[in-house]
Design a binder for this molecule. Structure first.
Ligand code: SF4
Length: 256
């Protein structure tokens, strides 16, 4: 499923009434990962299409027009949410767009938060790290505690995006970030994949302790996935894993 530039607001299980801002192309996915559970599908399904990103001016016009409509209709917005057809921080003007969105939040919905759902691969770029740090809700993806499991689940498509570098950047964020983790079991390319085996989950907990995030979002698959052999964990199972983190003093929210 692919998204337009401004989406919603839609009800989000994690963010309430969420106004989506998709900085990626409308016709294709653009991401540094190719997650086996990605609701936008495999990268290869659309990668031959042109990369046409919305410009800063287009985003400004579309967003302000939509905000006028929403305020006139009395529609609530809890979160301005960067998400969509890939990794938002790949937009070459992400820092400028983020500044503008914060201004719009202050003007139209001052009680709302600005959220970024990101795979965190671009945080080594100082301008991206600085821009993400200013947001209210930087939600950074960490789906595995080992490099091998991260490769199996997220399939990073550039060798320079190492697991070690990812962890280092998350640790730099510390309690200013929210960690998002999708727990799953399944199969891909003939291999068994799980981030909830005793070994994998213990390694994951070690890393989360090092990060010391504001809190962790644990969630299960919610939508159609490109890899069909994936199992949706139950809320009870998610709660069991949340308890392990809570025992270590980590705050956790569970979304089944
Ligand atoms: S990081 Fe997000 S957009 Fe990119 S492949 Fe994974 S789920 Fe899809």
């Amino acid at each position: 499923m692919l998204f337009e530039t401004i989406v919603g607001p839609i009800h989000s299980r994690r963010l309430g009434s969420s106004l989506g801002i998709n900085l990626l192309p409308q016709e294709r996915k653009l991401c540094t990962y190719d997650c086996i559970y990605c609701e936008c599908g495999w990268n290869s399904e659309t990668e031959k299409r042109e990369i046409k990103l919305p410009t800063l001016d287009e985003i400004k016009t579309l967003l302000e027009k939509r905000l006028h409509e929403l305020v006139a209709q009395g529609v609530p917005v809890d979160s301005f949410t960067f998400a969509g057809n890939g990794e938002p921080t790949l937009h070459p003007q992400f820092p400028q767009v983020a500044e503008f969105v914060m201004q719009m939040r202050d003007k139209y919905y001052p009680k709302a938060v600005v959220t970024l759902l990101t795979n965190a691969t671009q945080l080594s770029r100082p301008e991206i790290f600085g821009a993400v740090l200013k947001l209210d809700n930087p939600v950074l993806k960490l789906d595995a505690g080992t490099s091998a499991m991260r490769a199996a689940i997220n399939k990073p498509n550039k060798p320079e995006h190492t697991f070690e570098q990812l962890v280092e950047n998350l640790v730099r964020f510390g309690n200013r970030c929210i960690v998002q983790t999708l727990l799953l079991r399944g199969e891909n390319d003939g291999h068994t994949i799980t981030n909830v085996s005793d070994h994998e989950f213990a390694k994951y907990v070690e890393i989360v302790k090092k990060i010391g995030p504001k809190y962790v979002m644990l969630y299960a698959i919610d939508r159609s996935t490109p890899e069909k052999k994936l199992e949706k964990l139950t809320v009870e199972e998610l709660e069991k894993y949340a308890q392990v983190l809570r025992y270590e003093g980590i705050d956790v929210k569970v979304y089944g």
